[in-house]
Ligand binder design. Sequence first.
Ligand SMILES: Cc1cc2nc3c(=O)[nH]c(=O)nc-3n(C[C@H](O)[C@H](O)[C@H](O)COP(=O)(O)O)c2cc1C
Length: 404
Amino acid sequence: MLKGKNIVLCVSGGIAAYKAAGVASSLVKLGARVDVIMTRHACEFVAPLTFRSITKTPVVTDMFAEPMTLEIEHISLAQRADAFVIAPATANVIGKIAGGIADDMLSTTVMATRAPVIIAPAMNTNMYENPIVQENIKKLSSLGYIFIEPDSGRLACGADGKGRLPEPEAIVERVCLEIAREKDLAGLKVLVTAGPTREAIDPVRFISNYSTGKMGYAVARMASLRGAEVTLVSGPTALSAPMGVKLVRVNSAEDMYTAVTDFSREADIIVKTAAVADFRPAAANENKIKKDGSVPEIKLEKTRDILAELGKNKPAGQALVGFCMETEELIASAEKKLKSKNLDIIAANDLNTPNVGFAADTNTVALLFADGSRSYTVSGKKEHVADTILSEALRVWKDKRGEA
Ligand SMILES: Cc1cc2nc3c(=O)[nH]c(=O)nc-3n(C[C@H](O)[C@H](O)[C@H](O)COP(=O)(O)O)c2cc1C
């Protein structure tokens, strides 16, 4: 995700400074070169050696120390950076940046950069809610500095409230959102559906399937990283919303139909990965069916075919991508679905292939195109498969506008 990117991680003197080691480590794992600047007070909380060991790069703590290499002199760091991350950011550091003070390596380098600066404040709740701190955050936000809101919970000082540094994963995901990908979907509205649906038998039982939502959430995440405005309509899953994505949670196929119809007309691209139930009980029992009675016979009826409805009402210029999952005659079924449902692309999942489909982190799909483009198979992490599908959907969307 961050291969070839230069990130300057600035650590200031708060109790959460130890968590910055997790941020450094994740950034390095994602392929970034990470330079760490620590304030003098940050060094009271964590030793620079921790960061040097993680990043394999000298840590800058003193503006006037003879730099070990000219590369880490403040102007070079400021110029080379693709992004700055200040985590944790103390009230003091936020105040200094807002006030234009540059009296140490951190504040001076931040002032000298044109790269995006992502600030993760962490402090005692009263400090965070102090009107001066809030005024500084407002001022910096209006100038384009990006703030990550602190979490709420039990703080190191014993108080309960807002002010905790978010987990390193959330901070790193915000960096990815900013710089990981070219924003080739900027200005586009992408609608994604994901997960299973649940069709009620009675108030405690339902019919569903093994979908975990991983494929759809990967599509939503990648679309968001590529700058799209993303709405994710999701059936019940254990996953949390990808950063920057509007998540609409639904339960049944009928709920999903309603939510999808609300957003579909204005979508530029729709990727429908949800495993919507094809059948539901014709009538859900109002009360829990008793075990000691006779075994119930459940009459099923068809649910609404959301993909067919989308295809039927597809606005000119919209790219519609469907998924199909089969255990037999995969390609023949996919070709049929592509035509009968008026799709632009279909991604066909063969359930007989290992590490594919439900619950897996990887997938293999055959991509078939209505415009007669060559069909091919894409394999790998669900994020990679998602990326390929989005690139193809973007190509179709551009073709329809004559922008190819
Ligand atoms: C034990 C301890 C914990 C602290 N935790 C925080 C904190 O979480 N957030 C904060 O803004 N300041 C915190 N401070 C106060 C800062 O360390 C202080 O404002 C310092 O001047 C910050 O310097 P710096 O911004 O240059 O790193 C803490 C101080 C102590 C002694």
